[in-house]
Write a new protein. Structure first.
Length: 261
């Protein structure tokens, strides 16, 4: 009887405890292991980019500026054009052996005695333009100096005044020195170059220009001088022009002409 009551009391206590939601404390259950869910072919995959490497840029030097290229003298240039009658106010007149229409004005560069380029003018026969441009191009490339290059009309066609001014010129409707025949200059087929450094010498060895006395004899080693057999003479000879320095008796060192005196 006593045992039966004790058992009933124990059972009633257990039921009471269960209905009150209390349980005898015990050890906490272990956490379930973390597992990765299986990835199927249809499952989206998120790629995580790797961190970009740090790039260290070395300090740069200040930008260097290239040294400027020295500017040289301009290249030779020549322009051939018809010449207006007004430009030949003194050097041409009716009765000259060549009409104005057969003359041409050449405007071209030349190398000066000051070691600088200049622009000058020559009037020549239209048949001589290629020869003159070719030779003067070579003189310029050689830096062979010319003192001055103006139309003889700047001196009112006075040949003596033009020569005295050391002026290089070509066309001038005048007779040959000491002759009644036309000079090659009257046809535009002759050119006088640096007449002071290359004077006209009489058969007795004298000349009429006092400022040219130091250049009466050849050879002379000086700028702008033409000597026998030099490259200036050869340049003209290659174009079929003759040099007055080869004349017998009289010497005209400044003078080049095509087809004779």
């Amino acid at each position: 009887m006593t045992r039966t009551r004790a058992a009933l009391a124990t059972a009633a206590g257990c039921l009471a405890a269960a209905s009150c939601g209390t349980a005898t404390p015990g050890p906490a259950p272990a956490a379930p292991p973390v597992t990765s869910a299986p990835i199927s072919a249809s499952s989206p995959v998120t790629e995580v980019a790797a961190p970009e490497p740090t790039v260290v840029t070395p300090p740069t030097s200040p930008p260097t500026t290239a040294s400027p290229t020295p500017t040289g003298p301009p290249k030779f240039s020549a322009k051939v054009s018809r010449v207006a009658r007004e430009r030949l106010e003194y050097s041409w007149r009716p009765g000259c052996p060549v009409p104005v229409g057969d003359l041409r004005l050449i405007t071209m560069t030349y190398w000066g005695f000051d070691d600088k380029p200049h622009t000058g003018e020559l009037v020549v026969n239209k048949t001589a333009t290629d020869d003159i441009v070719s030779v003067f191009h070579r003189l310029y490339d050689w830096r062979w100096p010319i003192y001055k290059m103006r139309l003889v009309d700047a001196y009112k066609a006075d040949d003596f005044a033009s020569i005295d001014a050391d002026n290089t010129s070509a066309f001038n409707c005048r007779p040959a020195e000491g002759s009644s025949s036309w000079s090659k200059h009257a046809y535009g087929l002759a050119v006088d170059i640096n007449p002071r450094e290359n004077p006209y010498i009489y058969a007795n060895g004298t000349g009429s220009h006092k400022n040219a006395r130091e250049f009466f004899k050849r050879p002379v080693r000086a700028p702008g001088v033409i000597n026998p057999g030099d490259r200036v003479v050869k340049a003209f000879q290659q174009r079929g022009w003759e040099w007055g320095g080869y004349w017998s008796g009289i010497k005209d060192y400044q003078h080049f002409s095509k087809g004779g005196n």
